[in-house]
Design a binder for this molecule. Structure first.
Ligand code: GAP
Length: 531
């Protein structure tokens, strides 16, 4: 089993670079230096993400009798998020580096051990300038750092307060130097040793103002970009129940954007400020909650296997007491072995009656369920499988990426980059390749095949370069099937004298094997394999 700290930064760099060069994912607003924590999906990324969402919807809504879909608004009434606890409590502890001004998550700072140098201020005797402010620097003597490093860092810090910017930091004199030995401290920036501010709570929600209120401070104009899709489901649960006349247990599924002002967006799209979730709130009788949580965990693991993420790369974290949300009696995190470590893909949480009870209490409206058989009224319990769409796309990219060595014994080095997407997920299902572009009959036949398939799937027509190079280009973007139109298609005899008129060669991406299929059978042949 992989170790939690096993990472492969080089592989991750190659994936990020391929994503940009092939059109999967670009940094948002790259032209203007980039918008941190936001990403744009290019032509192939958009197809990949759409295929994932469609597959999730098909498996969870279309193919089930007990789950209904919805699509709620992103702009959310402040009362909804006050009731859910997000307005008061959806926050991370955060501190700032006094030197670089970098903002860090206090709970993610690695404890450090070393010598802390403390100062009371600094001065510049020539100009008579001085400042009195306490400041400290942590140095690590075991890494050959000494007092000179501490003093240099402290002078850089005090130089920020100079009004005359012509004075070099090294010309400053430090005041009141003392030292202490620190063990496992998290008060210093691991990047530069500078002291950090005390942690403060930082609400992660994006707030906005609605309507044309003339008063900027009008509290009634405040709305939020939703931090999870779940709350829209909870506040519409009663409407769905009444309009669809469903009975417990039943679920409501939703795919949509969520927004969190993450302090440290990182690991490519893994922790973004704008992302998509695929969430199900599955309502049930209280006595069924724990059993259904375990059933949902299994269902979700099977889903990942179906889309090409093997069970061996998934880890189940049974979140221990004290680390779960206070209302949850059971929570599983499904984690994946990303190249940057084992990290959460999805949470399967048993949320009890917490959310519906909160909304009933805050709204003052009765949203109880009435069981016609037992004549009981009660608030249903909820099991929530909550998956990240962008994180799953990232896992699919990481899992599919391979550089395969094709060097034959004693031969010249040969390798190919291949994205081994499952056909149901692959952005392009088939590439249509006429053998030569300067033979109008081949081109016409290839276009005919393209038009035959286009209404049913995403295909790509390519006539530029030698056929071998075109195959490799498709391997790199994960196209599972390449369809070559050659002279046999047009009626030339096959190698054994056979009649291959109106057949094409299908080349399989993974095995690179080829087979001949009649054009009339092509559509069902492909449809069977890409679902
Ligand atoms: N309704 C429950 C909920 O939102 P969560 O664990 O905060 O729970 C669920 O989020 C999933 O949403 C995560 O497992 C992850 O896949 C995705 N997610 C959460 N924050 C994210 C972020 N900043 N960037 C990308 N995906 C994120």
């Amino acid at each position: 089993m992989a170790q939690r700290e096993n990472t492969d930064p080089q592989k991750m760099e190659k994936i990020v670079s391929l994503c940009k060069s092939k059109g999967f994912i670009y940094q948002s607003a790259e032209l203007y230096g980039g918008l941190n924590g936001c990403w744009d999906y290019g032509p192939l990324g958009a197809e990949l993400k759409r295929n994932l969402k469609e597959y999730w919807w098909r498996k969870n809504v279309q193919e089930r009798d007990d789950i209904l879909g919805m699509d709620g608004s992103i702009l959310t009434h402040q009362a909804v998020l006050t009731a859910s606890g997000h307005v008061g409590g959806f926050s991370d502890p955060m501190c700032d580096c006094l030197l670089s001004k970098a903002r860090l998550r206090a709970d993610q700072i690695e404890p450090q051990t070393g010598t802390a140098y403390h100062y009371t201020g600094a001065s510049h005797s020539e100009s008579g300038w001085s400042v009195e402010k306490p400041f400290s620097v942590l140095i690590d003597p075991s890494a050959n750092q000494d007092e000179n490093k501490a003093r240099k860092t402290a002078k850089q810090y005090y130089a920020q307060f100079l009004s005359d910017k012509q004075i070099a930091p090294k010309k400053l004199e430090l005041a009141g130097e003392t030292t202490t030995e620190e063990v496992d401290t998290t008060q210093y920036n691991p990047e530069n040793g500078s002291l950090l501010t005390e942690p403060r709570e930082f609400n992660l929600m994006f707030q906005t103002k609605m309507g044309a209120s003339s008063d900027d401070n009008d509290p009634n104009a405040v709305a939020y970009l939703r931090p999870e899709t779940a709350q829209t489901i909870f506040v519409q649960y009663k409407n769905v129940l009444d309009s669809s006349r469903v009975k417990l247990p039943f679920g409501i599924a939703q795919i949509g954007k969520a927004f969190r002002n993450e302090i440290n967006p990182r690991n490519f799209t893994f922790r973004s400020r704008e992302f998509e979730q695929m969430e199900i709130e599955f309502f049930c009788r209280p006595e069924d909650g724990l059993r259904l949580t375990d059933e949902w965990l299994e269902a979700r693991l099977s889903f990942y296997e179906e889309i090409g993420i093997p069970r061996t790369k998934l880890h189940i974290l049974d979140v221990p007491d004290g680390e779960r949300a206070h209302y949850s009696a059971k929570t599983y995190d499904i984690e994946y072995e990303f190249p940057f470590g084992i990290q959460e893909l999805e949470g399967v949480a048993y949320r009890g009656a917490y959310d519906l009870t909160k909304h009933q209490d805050h709204s003052g409206k009765n949203i109880e369920y009435f069981d016609e058989e037992t004549k009981e009224r009660f608030i249903p319990h909820v099991v929530e499988p909550s998956a990240g769409c962008d994180r799953t796309v990232l896992a699919l990219l990481c899992e599919s990426y391979e550089v395969e060595d094709l060097t034959k014994e004693g031969g010249k080095k040969d390798e190919r980059t291949v994205m081994r997407f499952k056909p149901c997920i692959a952005p392009i299902k088939a590439a249509i390749l006429p053998l030569l572009k300067n033979k109008p009959e081949l081109v016409a036949k290839a276009k005919e095949v393209q038009h035959l398939l286009q209404p049913f799937m995403n295909v790509f027509y390519d006539e530029a370069a030698a056929i071998g190079r075109r195959y490799r280009r498709q391997d790199e973007i994960g196209t599972p099937f390449c369809i070559a139109i050659d002279f046999e298609t047009l009626g030339e005899e096959g190698p054994n004298g056979e009649d291959l008129t109106d057949t094409v060669t299908i080349r399989h991406r993974d095995s690179m094997e080829q087979e001949r299929v009649a054009i009339k059978d092509l559509l069902p042949w492909l449809l069977e394999r890409i679902r």
